[in-house]
Design a protein around this ligand. Sequence first.
Ligand code: ZN
Ligand code: ZN
Length: 456
Amino acid sequence: MARRPVNPPATGWSLTIPPKIWDRLSDHVLGSAARGAVLLAGLADGPRGPRLLARELILADEGRDYIPGEFGHRALAPTFVRDAVIRARDEGLAYIAAHAHLGLDHVGFSEIDLASHERGYPSLSQISGQVVGALVITDHAAAGDLWLPDGRREELAETIIPTGNLLRLRSQPAEEGRPDSLHDRQARLLGDLGQETLRRLRVAVVGLGGVGSILVEELARLGVGELVLIDDETVEETNLPRLVASGREDIGRLKTEVAARNARRANPDVRLIEIARRVERPESLEELVRCDWIFLAADGDAARHWVNGTVQQYLVPATQVGVKVPLTPQGDVGQIHTATRLVLPGSGCLWCSRLIDPTRLAVDMHPAGERDAAQYVPGVPAPSVITLNTLAAGEAVNHFVFAVVGLHDEENDHASVIHRPRTRQRDLQEPRQDPTCRWCTSTGRLGLGRKGSTPF
Ligand SMILES: [Zn+2]
Ligand SMILES: [Zn+2]
């Protein structure tokens, strides 16, 4: 298959479609030019404009729901449209009718399409009180015509599918990116448009300890434009051997402050948001839900739970990075492993993969003072070594870079990577999904956006 164009993030309205929904949509409408579907979508604020979050796909059956139109072409049957619009109204979701055109890198609505929007959408928008509109796709491009409840009409700037290669589809490929002499050597691999993509991204790092400090250093040096740094702890002496670019003078300082200084040193142009709070605080979540990607490098089930909720409800992809050193009280070393886990919207979540323990989550949600008292077994500091952290962090950032500039071979590779340095094995782990999950499915919070409560 031809490589898709690399499109840097665009400013304006966007539509994000979880990979499984995109696969079903494109199988249905791209297979034949005469099939349609409707997406129901939540709404959220994004880093560059309002975001529509596809949550559910309703396929129109050929012959019954998708029929020869009165004005030539084919069209969705009136009963199908009515049922979908009423659901959109009742559930407070946007209604977006989708169909496909032939072509590859360019797509746009036909005269017939536009005339039918003008006839139909003002009344659909009145009935539902929500955003209504249309999406037209090819395998490499997408265009959207949105009608807002206040009467304004907007074009969709981009359609995002956070799959193995994070796809950003526009109506036509982006113009060449601007050359960047500082990043010349890496742009030779990533392309000027790839470099431009990094510059426009807003990425969060949750947890700024051993793993997080490496992530921040690498993301800043790569030229990621904006970093959201979240950690409520201060630097202790025992952190120093693993805290990249730190020194004794940093003891007692906030980890956010140290990370921000290092990021600025690595890239003076980087924009920084420092949040010295736990991730579940409203100040943290408010920033997290407006990111393009989240790196989760904090221990603890609370951080996992809230980042997982953000991924699913706001369709922001994340990478969880962790290192496990099993050690018995006698000092026997078990199978050390590092995990770089991809958490993608609607493709199985940390709850489905049993990576959040409800009991530990309950303990972790206590205020700091009560947390230790609530532990059944007093905590012993876990072993931690910088080389293990770099192994996991390097894998995580490399995956992210390849994903956002479309360099992965396999589009649908959503596997996590488990390294076992003692045996030098590297395994791939597919995510698991419970079809009734409250988080990562259309019956749960997937794509609800700001309509669902936050904190979750
Ligand atoms: Zn059309
Ligand atoms: Zn799930």
